[in-house]
Structure formats: C-alpha cells, structure tokens
Design a protein around this ligand. Structure first.
Ligand code: SF4
Length: 310
C-alpha cells in the first residue's frame, strides 16, 4: 500500500467494517436511486459547494424544470440561473449550462471515458470519477473532501482535525482499497462516513466502525479546532452574500429587463457606508467575469444597467 504501513489484513477488515456500517446507516439520497448520467452529473455539481439538505430540496425542482440535458441546453442561461435559486454559487449554473450545450453540440450523450469527461467545461477529476462510478458503475475510486479526510485519519497519524494527506496520495490509496465488486457502495460508504461520523471539526470516534484501527483517534479529542476560513467581507457581510443578493434582485425582473447599477447600489449598500459604491463595483465585475450578469453602458443617458446574462 502506497506510503502507508497498513497491512493487507487491516485494510480488508476496514473495508468490511465500513460497508457493514453503510448498510445500516447510509443515507437514502435521491441521486443514489438513479443511474442516469445527467441526473448524477447534476447532483455532483450541486453538491460541490452546497450542503446535502439544500441540494435535496432543489434537485427535484431543477429536474422537473430541466428533465434532460437537451432541455437544459435549449434554455437560456437566464432561465437556468433562475432555476438555480436557493443553491448559491451561481457560477456553477453557468458552467452546467455551457457543459449541456457542448454535449448537445457533439451528439447529445455524456461521454463514458475519463479523458472525454474531463475535457468538458467544469468537469474535474472528482466529477469525472463520480460519473464513471455512480452512473456507469465502473470500479474507480471517488475522492472528495470527505473521503480524503477519512482515509488521511484512518491510515496516518493526523495530529489536528484540519491536517490532511496530499490529494494525490489519497487518490492512490483509494484506488488500492476499492473492492471492485462493491465499488459503488464503497465510494458512497466512505463519503457518508466522512459526512456523518468523521466530520471536519468534531469527529465522533466512539460511533465509528473503524475506531479500533484508526491511527488518528487518539488525537481527535484534543486536537485544536481549526479557525473558520476568513472570507472577503464588506461591512461584515461576505462577498458571496452580496453576489447572491445581486443575482436575486435580477432574477425577479421580467425577461430582457435590467436595473440601473445605481438602483442596485441603493438597494444593497446603505448610503452612509463609505466605499460602498467601489465595493459593489467589484462585486458586479466578478459576476460579469463569471458570465452570470451583463452590464450595459448607456453613455447618452450616463447610466449603466445590469441584467442576468441570457
Ligand atoms: S476513529 Fe475518529 S478519526 Fe478515525 S476514522 Fe473514525 S471518526 Fe475518523
């Protein structure tokens, strides 16, 4: 086993214990009931930056609106951003829409090989492996942050809750551990263990099915808690919240309508706040760069208007 001292006998029992735990405690999530590549792709993109609970609420609604990749591709970007409501990080809606159009332009079917999947816009190593494992049931590992955390702690002495092994090392060990005949369950099981038991800040080692062989369990109770990540803020509010508020205001407009930038500023930044105009300008710049909004100059009227991209 790559760089780890775990003997074969232990890894075999680890796999069995985690699979047994998963049979009893695994989460019944809607995207686990399908093998449809588009539905799985959608869930994976939604789950990238949004909690499972919120994805569960939005997933069915989005699929009713866009039941196929083709329906998604033929919609305008504005319609997709509107349907993305409640998910946050709207640039994923832009990427998903671009991906749908690319796939439809090239025949309409999501590819089935790693290389072709990773060539699609917004599809990285994780998402490509997730599609192969969950839609096409291929025996490949899937490594997200939960898997990386569980395997790091299990096989190495991690002395703080935020310590992790390098991603490349975890991909290798995940591939070596994978039981080919149970690949689907195994990948889902390790993710669930990371999400439910071996959590980022407060691992519940006493409820863990592999506590007796885990190399980090002694450190988890007394390990210093990591500080929450610092976000770029204005007036104590993170930039991502401002981005969401801009998009929310624009979602409410009828097709083709726009708002003057000054009006957006009036609604979003208190007039008395120094630097508010410059701050909002950077927020709008970022949204325009990500392709979510369009800014239209009107030199004659000396105004600038903003709308959702279409
Ligand atoms: S024993 Fe604790 S640290 Fe080790 S895998 Fe289980 S929950 Fe994570």
């Amino acid at each position: 086993m790559t760089g780890t001292p775990a003997p074969e006998a232990i890894t075999g029992s680890v796999v069995r214990s985690i699979l047994r735990w998963y049979r009893r405690h695994g989460r019944a999530l809607p995207w686990r009931q399908t093998r449809h590549p588009y539905r799985i792709l959608l869930s994976e993109i939604m789950l990238q930056q949004t909690q499972v609970q919120r994805v569960s609420e939005a997933y069915g609604r989005f699929l009713r609106r866009f039941p196929t990749l083709r329906a998604l591709a033929s919609a305008s970007l504005r319609e997709v951003v509107i349907a993305w409501r409640g998910m946050g990080y709207n640039n994923r809606a832009v990427r998903l829409h671009a991906l749908a159009r690319r796939v439809v332009e090239t025949g309409g079917r999501l590819p089935r090989t790693l290389g072709e999947l990773q060539a699609l816009p917004g599809v990285g190593r994780y998402t490509a492996h997730a599609l192969l494992a969950f839609a096409y049931r291929q025996p490949v590992p899937v490594v997200d942050i939960n898997v990386r955390r569980v395997l790091s702690r299990l096989f190495w002495r991690m002395r703080s809750v935020d310590a992790l092994q390098p991603e490349s090392v975890i991909w290798t060990i995940a591939g070596e551990l994978l039981p080919p005949e149970r690949a689907f369950d195994w990948n889902q099981a390790v993710m669930d263990l990371g999400a439910m038991i071996c959590t980022a800040r407060s691992p519940r080692c006493m409820a863990c099915p592999v506590v007796t062989v885990c190399r980090s369990r002694a450190f988890m109770g007394r390990a210093p808690r990591p500080r929450p990540k610092q976000e770029i803020c204005f007036g104590g509010i993170p930039r991502r919240i401002y981005r969401g508020r801009v998009v929310e205001l624009l979602r409410a407009l009828p097709p083709g309508a726009s708002l003057p930038a000054a009006e957006l500023r009036r609604r979003l930044v208190p007039e008395s706040t120094r630097g508010g105009a410059a701050w909002l300008e950077t927020v709008l710049e970022g949204l325009a760069r990500d392709g979510i909004i369009v800014r239209e100059e009107s030199p004659a009227a000396r105004t600038r208007r903003v709308r959702l991209a279409s």
